[in-house]
Design a protein around this ligand. Structure first.
Ligand code: SAH
Length: 229
């Protein structure tokens, strides 16, 4: 099985590259792709750069050019749910694009014709995650993750996203990766460790906790890789 492991920023894949040891680097479409074997699988690893466009491009390239058969995303996010503190993990049950807006035509937020307001993630990958969490004695939250091309550091925007989508966390790549995987029929799994609370202090907390939270997420993903059949 060839698995894609993706992050948005270098910090999100650095702990993964450290863990796998030797890899081959290929440049494609303005990005670097790292291939290796690990845990009985072939892996292709990359960080996309921040946001929906770059993450969609990287996800599509991993699938179409590198032959990835399942997609695992590891990274950090801002918390919406009060259950989530810095360093906590959340897996997406489904994802939406909070900044996609043609409501002027009577459509719901996050929806365009022939698209869907929410994209579901893969049940069997979520089951693997729940098994890993149990073994590691970690509380793993499941919930809606909202994606948009904005760093949210504003309680008003945060409340809008919570109320409109019933979202538990927000970030800038998950939904675009999920849309690509859905279109190409590839199971997708999105994991995030909390780096901030998407409020006034978000940019300060983000810088302080990026490395530690990115590592929490990356370590969890690598445990999952060893368990995927
Ligand atoms: N500090 C970086 C920018 C980080 S953007 C720089 O200067 O280059 C935030 C990244 O972390 C995105 O990849 C996003 O997916 C995630 N993220 C974490 N907290 C977020 C928040 N509050 N709002 C939006 N994205 C967030």
């Amino acid at each position: 099985m060839k698995l894609a492991i993706m992050g948005a920023m270098p910090e999100e894949i650095a702990p993964i590259l450290e863990r796998v040891g030797d890899y081959k680097v290929t440049k494609r479409a303005g990005n670097s792709y790292y291939e290796c074997s690990f845990g009985g699988h072939e892996l292709v690893i990359a960080y996309s750069k921040i946001g929906k466009v770059f993450s969609a491009l990287t996800a599509a390239t991993m699938i179409e050019s590198f032959g990835a058969q399942k997609m695992l995303f590891s990274g950090v996010a801002g918390a919406i749910s009060k259950d989530l503190s810095v360093g906590d993990l959340i897996i997406a049950t489904r994802l939406c694009q909070h900044d996609l807006d043609i409501t002027a035509f009577g459509h719901p937020h996050g929806f365009v014709p022939e698209g869907a307001q929410f994209i579901d993630t893969d049940d069997s990958l979520k089951d693997v995650a729940l098994q890993v969490a149990k073994e590691m004695d970690i509380v793993l939250k499941e919930g809606v993750i909202a994606t948009g091309d904005q760093f949210v550091a504003d309680p008003v925007r945060k409340r809008f996203i919570e109320e409109t989508f019933n979202a538990d966390a927000l970030e800038m790549e998950g939904a675009s990766v999920a849309v690509v995987c859905d279109a190409l029929d590839i199971p997708v799994f999105i994991l995030r460790a909390i780096s901030d609370a998407a409020d006034m202090d978000a940019s300060f907390d983000f810088d302080a906790f990026l490395d530690s939270s990115a590592k929490v997420s990356a370590d969890f993903i690598m445990k999952m890789v060893e368990k995927i059949a």
